[in-house]
Design a protein around this ligand. Sequence first.
Ligand SMILES: Nc1nc(=O)c2c([nH]1)NC[C@@H]1CN(c3ccc(C(=O)N[C@@H](CCC(=O)O)C(=O)O)cc3)CN21
Ligand SMILES: CC(C)C(=O)C(=O)O
Ligand SMILES: [Mg+2]
Length: 279
Amino acid sequence: MRIRVKKSVLTFRNAKQKNERLTMLTAYDYSTAKLIDASGIDSVLVGDSLGMVMLGYEDTLSVTMEDMIHHTKAVSRGVKDALVVSDLPFMSYQTSVYDAVTNAGRLIKEGRAQAVKLEGGIEVCPQIKAIVEASIPVMAHLGLTPQSVNAFGGFKVQGKDEEAARSLIEQAKAVEAAGAFAVVLECIPAKLAELITQSISIPTIGIGAGNGCDGQVLVYQDMLGLYSDFTPKFVKRYAEIGPQMEKAIEKYISEVKSGAFPAAEHTFALSDAVIEKLY
Ligand SMILES: Nc1nc(=O)c2c([nH]1)NC[C@@H]1CN(c3ccc(C(=O)N[C@@H](CCC(=O)O)C(=O)O)cc3)CN21
Ligand SMILES: CC(C)C(=O)C(=O)O
Ligand SMILES: [Mg+2]
């Protein structure tokens, strides 16, 4: 049996010191969160990617605080051991330090997350500092920050030239200094992610950032073959659950049509005495 231990920001701090890799997956609902937690994951992220994989939007920009709270509540009810981190959605923290602290507080108080994540570097350091001062742990997020999709002109790899690479190293140092307990590095060259990882003392969690990070995160639908709108290069498919679901559903349809389902064992009986009276 797996030994189960409640994870916290200390798990993240200790992991970097001990050079142990951290594991993180997204979850957006109770049943999936429960399953992922029971597998022994360190952290569950209620990502604003839910706008795409759960709600069918083309990007994450339409996701609201209400969406995030709704899904964070469900995930928190399913998780016992993992650290639950919840994304602050677009325009819930960019507008002001006040909005950032208020909305971070809602994800903790109403959603029952244990930490929040927000996108950006130096420009959001006042927000990171204020949220941390309110005793809410903050995970930062640099590189391909999807809430900037329109500024980037698409979901494009970041930090490819010298200037952009230097800037990302500075941004990582800045979010650490502002008090972030970890930082997601999304879609940046592996060598740059490695350099950033060596340059700061908080753990880096990579997605499309190579093997030199202190941990990894993926969207669970991507790694299980449950999402097919696009498959980024950084995704490894650990299972093909989507096609398995399709096969099972096709079988259900054909068995209902043929009358093979439900069988006797799926059926509730009426006693002969009652049947006799009714007929
Ligand atoms: N299902 C899902 N998985 C994710 O990883 C994810 C989301 N949704 N939604 C929010 C963001 C958006 N992400 C994305 C989306 C597309 C690419 C993509 O198409 N990347 C290209 C690279 C383009 C380039 O070369 O610059 C690729 O081929 O991987 C990457 C990250 C990551 N996040
Ligand atoms: C991909 C991860 C890092 C994320 O921010 C999300 O799922 O929203
Ligand atoms: Mg996100």
